[in-house]
Design a protein around this ligand. Structure first.
Ligand SMILES: [Zn+2]
Ligand SMILES: [Zn+2]
Length: 403
């Protein structure tokens, strides 16, 4: 039954495709509530005349019309609208890999002039996107800072949801999703696609799907510092950080951890990802309008481990001391780099953001926000830059919670 409902949900969510075929009332209801499998189930209950046969009928009608159910990537990704500014949507603010109920794992959506970019994708990211009203196929570009579990394992959910919307699409439609990340990323994305295609092969074998599956995921390796991406809205530079400094040298060739700086016409946003104190990250963050930084409570972690044996405790404590940022280090980084505002995320050693905020503020006098899942922050265009569309305005740009 779930498959039937899933298929119906798929059809109903493609409102632009089936409006004429399936009747406006049902589709309007789906649209009002935001789409998705859950919504589809409620629609199914409320509209009992729509059944399994109708699904085939609708799909057959659409295919007969030669329409492609999903829009192309270019159409899926919202066109940028100048002047909309930058919005930062925190999807997950916990450092893992251990999962918590209160905070999801690392993921942030950077929305520039209405176009979304995803930075990191820990477990739970897809669920948070649904809660935030974000449709994953509208995200055409994903950046992974490093391939630790809490930054990468949610990718399969997001790509699977993308794939769901492409299930019936033709390869020639040019739909694709681009994933940028360190050298292990191609293996990660390839594994994700191979995982996803097994269940979808069942749909493909039925008359409701295409017989041939295709891979819409394109991977781009980041293996150097400096410019790694550019389009008409953002310019991304990378700096390898110190998060993997304790790894054996042979592993450091492919296991790399990066911090990213996103330049926009509204200001620069820097993601530390995971890192220990690092001169390269400090240089990357120089003068940024927003520093989105990981943070840990090192004392709380040391306290929690005090009864462990030295063999258990020492490697982990070395990792936490050298390859992450305690509150003091975050404050010092923000001060040294003279960033204009800080958003804290990737909390480790506690869940109370205000406690971390107070700890960072001892070492940094600018505005600090303790991130929460689903919080949104806006960086608006200042008067000077809004008028001429220049990359750097002269007035004050202030980060604040979106209204
Ligand atoms: Zn992490
Ligand atoms: Zn990590």
């Amino acid at each position: 039954m779930a498959d039937v409902e899933g298929s119906l949900g798929f059809v109903l969510q493609l409102q632009d495709m089936v409006t004429e075929s399936a009747g406006g009332a049902v589709l309007a209801e789906a649209e009002d509530t935001g789409g998705g499998l859950t919504v589809s189930k409620s629609v199914l209950r409320k509209t009992s005349p729509v059944g399994w046969r109708d699904v085939f009928r609708i799909v057959a009608a659409v295919l007969a019309l030669g329409m492609t159910p999903a829009r192309s990537a270019a159409q899926n990704v919202p066109p940028a609208e100048a002047g909309k500014g930058v919005q930062i949507l925190l999807l997950g603010t916990h450092g893992g890999p251990a999962l918590t109920k209160q905070r999801s794992e690392s993921a942030t959506l950077l929305i520039v002039d209405g176009r979304p970019y995803l930075i990191d994708c820990g477990i739970g990211t897809m669920r948070r996107m649904l809660e935030a009203g974000v449709r994953s196929p509208t995200i055409g570009t994903i950046f992974i800072t490093h391939n630790h579990p809490d930054h990468a394992l949610g990718l399969v959910d997001v790509l699977a949801n993308d794939y769901h919307y492409l299930d019936f699409a033709a390869p020639e439609s040019g739909q694709e999703f681009n994933i940028y990340g360190p050298p292990q990323t191609p293996a990660l994305v390839s594994a994700a696609y191979n995982f996803i295609r097994i269940p979808y092969a069942i749909f493909a074998a039925e008359p409701i799907g295409r017989n041939a599956l295709f891979d819409p995921f394109r991977v781009h390796v980041i293996d150097h510092d400096g410019l790694v991406y550019q389009d008409d809205r953002i310019r991304v530079t990378a700096a390898e950080n110190t998060h993997y400094q304790l790894l054996p040298a042979k592993d450091q060739a492919i296991m790399r951890s990066y911090s990213y700086r996103f330049e926009t016409r509204y200001g620069a946003i820097v993601f530390t990802g995971d890192t220990g104190p690092s001169a390269a990250v400090e240089a990357l963050a120089k003068g940024a309008d927003v520093l989105i930084s990981e943070v840990e409570d090192l004392k709380a972690i040391e306290n929690a481990m005090r009864f462990e044996t030295a063999a258990n405790m020492n490697p982990l404590l070395a990792h936490m001391r050298m390859e992450h940022l305690p509150m003091k280090a975050v404050g010092e980084l923000a001060s040294e780099a003279k960033v204009k505002a800080v958003i804290l995320d990737h909390f480790v050693g506690g869940l109370d953001g205000q406690r971390f905020l107070a700890g960072v503020k001892e070492y940094y006098s600018g505005p600090v926000f303790a991130g929460e899942d689903l919080a949104r922050y806006c960086l608006a265009a200042d008067t000077a830059s809004r008028g001429n569309g220049s990359a750097a305005g002269t007035g004050a740009r202030r980060l604040e919670p979106c209204h």
